[in-house]
Design a protein around this ligand. Structure first.
Ligand code: DGT
Ligand code: ZN
Ligand code: CA
Ligand code: CA
Length: 607
């Protein structure tokens, strides 16, 4: 599979914790999570693969459901959803109606709780976890660490010393990663809290701050700021809302809670006249703040979370005049007084934004509305969950002018990759669909073509040349050394039919490290060969990393914001891609899919 299991399952498993059964309100994500867990538990019990897959498929179907689950259940339409059969429909119904499922509870009780967390360790699948449990009585991560240290794991059939070492290394990494959450997930969790806060009549203003506002790829905790003159009422609501696991701190102006999902949320209530300064302060980043504060000091001002004030002492009088009559009601005003143009939160990372703001040379960042269509979408022809027509209909709903379909090639057999015949058949269907003008969205026929270990592509040029575009990606042989990996990718992108390079480093945020690669060399080769590097917008990938885009784009590298969509709902990932493009200082003209259909057609033709 190109993309790992559902995001939600990933994020909660990553902390090795499970949802409790006493939710006040169970939504589709909660239920999907339970179905995923049932599938996993069945796998650990050695159940048959079809039964296991049925649960995982049903979980994904729920995640992708666009309707209100409660309504579907009420109208008894669950079984109409592809991927949900009769038996699982009954279980979902029971969960929605009673928030309980005895089958699941019994299943869970029959297995040690810590086993599920073991599955999240890279390299440990159901079979291995089962063997560890049965042969060494390993029930949780601590047992496993202990057994590794004693050399017991190495001696098990199918493991060995190398595997034992890898397991230990992975555990160390998971422990450091485990404290953070994907931006996408944190945003989904934070949104309803924000919405409900804004409905309280005591609340004048409410904003997200911290890394979530800066759109960092992962966040440590969620920071919310509220402007209000009655903080106690706001705190009261905040610390008593549903979904709380624990109130970590409750004070008159600052409280912290931990949600059942494991995420921490900090709330600060601030008087209205200090809101802008506080928002700036708590948005950070810390490094950006330090530079900004230094700049204020140099101008005879002091900037802190309460506002911008004249420094005391000799310089006081001069600056007083400067501040008279100015109201610091917005961040813009604060930046302006400091002689800077407004710096969007995404750029506040101390990566040259202050110098650029001083010269009025900040980029005009790309926006969601600039996106005219997307490439890198999968369908049921490989490992996607929606058909070609369903994907196009969804793109049309987003008012996109075009959609680039790129299913997997034959070497990705685990993702049901296509051979030549199936590829040509799909190309035929796409051409035919375009002719019918059934949709206003034009479809480009492409391929996500595997880069083989040698750097050769999975299909000969004679096949590739019949396509509108080709994304070349690595899906296996990740453990080559840096030199070999770099040469492999460069060979692939030098192919004249390689339009773009997919998920550059293969990283999965909070889960899998990038493979070793000389990235600057690959970037230079892509520029020289006019090959685009995609900004894979899957929330778990966000690859190429935003820290590299600014310089690369200045050198002439072109970007394409690709959702790597495996369902119609995944098309929304383009938003995560725009966030990261903005963090990477990218402007409209750096990005292929901000172009109109006519211009993209022309571009692809020249190539
Ligand atoms: P996170 O939560 O680890 O993803 O990252 P942030 O940036 O959200 O960090 P957090 O939640 O600790 O604090 C939010 C912001 O508050 C941070 O970006 C800048 C500001 N801040 C917090 N503590 C300090 C500090 O000790 N010094 C400075 N200059 N700023 C701070
Ligand atoms: Zn892929
Ligand atoms: Ca934070
Ligand atoms: Ca915080």
């Amino acid at each position: 599979m190109c993309v790992p299991d559902s995001l939600e399952a990933h994020n909660s498993l990553q902390r090795g914790r499970t949802f409790g059964m006493v939710h006040k309100y169970m939504d589709k994500h909660d239920i999907a999570h339970i179905l995923d867990e049932i599938g996993t538990l069945l796998m650990l019990q050695g159940e048959n693969p079809f039964k296991i897959r049925a649960y995982h498929n049903a979980a994904r179907a729920l995640e992708n459901l666009e309707e209100d689950l409660a309504v579907v259940v009420k109208e008894k339409r669950l079984e109409d959803i592809p991927g949900i059969g009769e038996k699982i429909a009954l279980k979902i119904t029971m969960l929605v109606e009673t928030e309980r499922l005895p089958y699941y509870e019994k299943l869970k009780k029959s297995m040690p709780e810590g086993l599920l967390a073991l599955l999240n360790i890279p390299g440990l699948g159901g079979k291995k976890v089962k063997a560890l449990y049965e042969k060494l009585k390993i029930k949780k991560v601590e047992d496993l660490v202990d057994a590794c240290k004693k050399g017991k794991v190495a001696k098990l059939a199918g493991f060995g010393a190398k595997t034992q070492e890898n397991i230990l290394n992975s555990i160390v990494k998971i422990e450091t990663y485990g404290r953070r959450v994907l931006w996408w997930t944190a945003n989904r969790i934070a949104k309803p809290i924000l919405e409900q806060l804004s409905k309280l009549k005591e609340v004048k203003q409410v904003e997200i701050a911290g890394s979530l506002r800066r759109k960092l790829e992962t966040v440590g905790d969620v920071d919310i700021l509220v402007a209000s003159s009655s903080p106690s009422r706001v705190m009261e609501w905040f610390t008593k809302q549903s979904g709380i696991d624990k109130v970590l701190a409750k004070g008159p102006t600052k409280s912290s809670i931990r949600l059942k999902e494991g995420l921490q949320v900090d709330l600060r209530v601030i008087p209205e006249n200090q809101f802008a300064a506080a928002l700036m302060y708590f948005t950070g980043s810390k490094d950006h703040n330090i530079k900004i504060r230094g700049r204020a000091n140099a101008q005879g001002l002091t900037l802190n979370e309460y506002g911008l004030e004249p420094l005391t002492g000799a310089r006081k009088r001069k600056t007083m005049t400067k501040l008279t009559g100015k109201k610091l009601a917005t961040e813009e005003a604060v930046y302006k007084i400091l002689g800077l143009s407004y710096i969007p939160p995404e750029l506040r990372e101390d990566m040259g934004e202050i110098a650029a703001a001083e010269k009025g040379k900040l980029p005009t960042l790309v926006e969601e509305k600039d996106i005219k269509g997307v490439f890198h979408c999968h369908t049921t022809e490989s490992d996607g969950h929606n058909t070609l027509e369903e994907m196009v209909a969804a793109a049309q709903k987003l008012r996109w002018q075009y959609l680039g379909i790129s299913d997997h090639s034959k070497s990705s057999f685990q993702a049901n990759g296509m051979d030549e015949d199936r590829l040509f058949e799909q190309v035929g269907s796409i051409r035919k669909l375009n002719k019918t003008k059934k949709f206003s969205t034009y479809v480009f026929a492409g391929l996500e073509c595997d880069i083989l270990t040698s750097g050769k592509l999975d299909f000969p040029d004679s096949v590739l040349k019949k396509l509108d575009f080709v994304i070349v990606s690595i899906h296996r042989s990740f453990n080559l050394d840096e030199k070999t990996m770099t040469a492999r990718i460069i060979k692939a992108i030098e192919n004249p039919y390689a339009t773009m390079l997919g998920h550059l480093t293969g990283r999965l945020l909070l889960k899998r490290e990038p493979y070793p690669l000389n990235i600057p060399k690959v970037i230079d080769a892509c520029i020289a060969n006019h090959t685009i590097i995609e900004l894979n917008a899957h929330p778990m990938r966000l690859d190429m990393d935003w820290r590299l885009w600014h310089k690369a784009a200045d050198k002439g590298l072109k970007c394409s914001i690709n959702p790597d969509a495996h369902s119609t709902e995944d098309l929304q990932y383009y938003r995560a891609g725009v966030n990261i493009a903005r963090k990477g200082w990218l402007e409209r003209q750096d990005i292929l899919n901000t172009l109109s259909l006519a211009k993209v057609k022309a571009y692809l033709k020249i190539r």
